[in-house]
Design a protein around this ligand. Structure first.
Ligand SMILES: *Cc1c(COP(=O)(O)O)cnc(C)c1O
Length: 219
């Protein structure tokens, strides 16, 4: 199937899921996850009207997005993979949104870089809803205090929370937990849902769904 058709199908399913949930589709943004795909594979999505993209590696993104952003300046780029502090400068320079603030050290590094580059990014705190040892993120019990710390101590604009539920579990309870924590932290945006479960995430209130393979094909 052509990328255009897959993108249309995902858009249609986002709309249907929003309607099913009694939600306004305009409150849900599709983040097209283009990791592992090169610029030539991404251009058709941009030509088909997609403007918000997600990438999980800073270095890989540097090889394609400066050119793509030069071609289409209103493209918005989200970092959805783990960030190391030695990459904070590059990430702040290239991305518009970082969805993976997951510890104090990286929050401090991003805050310092935004000051240095005089650039304000929108940020999300990643929550490890399944408390998986191998997965990044703040523990659910610490979520609200960490968001408050980022805002009041570091002056960061934390607009939402993000999670990646355990692969082998029903995602619903994880999405519900993220929504509850976001209400408590007064964070408006909920980044949750991937190719396999974005309709479920929309039912639980997702405002950003991160969809890769359903748009670009298998990696
Ligand atoms: C790769 C990735 C996605 C997209 O996954 P698909 O199953 O291909 O839709 C979403 N979120 C994160 C954090 C990812 O790394």
């Amino acid at each position: 199937m052509e990328l255009e058709l897959r993108l249309d199908e995902v858009r249609a399913r986002v709309s249907a899921a929003a309607e099913e949930a009694g939600r306004n589709v305009d409150a849900i943004q599709l983040v097209a996850v283009s990791k592992t795909f090169d610029a030539d594979a991404i251009r058709p999505a941009i030509a088909h009207g997609q403007r918000v993209f997600g990438e999980n590696r800073v270095q890989e993104s540097q090889s394609k997005w400066p050119q793509l952003k030069a071609e289409t300046p209103d493209v918005e780029l989200h970092l959805i993979g783990p960030l190391q502090s030695n990459k904070a400068a590059d990430a702040v320079a290239l991305f518009d949104v970082i969805q993976t603030i997951d510890r104090e050290k990286i929050a401090r590094a991003v805050a310092a870089e935004m000051d240095r580059q005089d650039k304000r990014l929108r940020l999300y705190v990643q929550i490890n809803t399944g408390l998986e040892p191998q997965k990044a993120g703040i523990a659910p019990d610490d979520a609200v205090s960490f968001v408050e710390f980022c805002r009041s101590e570091l002056g960061l604009s934390v607009e939402g929370l993000m999670c990646i539920p355990p692969a082998d579990e029903n995602p619903g309870p994880h999405f519900a937990l993220l929504a509850k924590l976001a209400r408590e932290a007064k964070a408006a945006e909920l980044s949750m849902g991937m190719s396999g479960d974005y309709e479920t995430a929309i039912a639980f209130g997702a405002t950003k769904v991160r969809v890769g393979s359903a748009i670009f094909g298998h990696r």
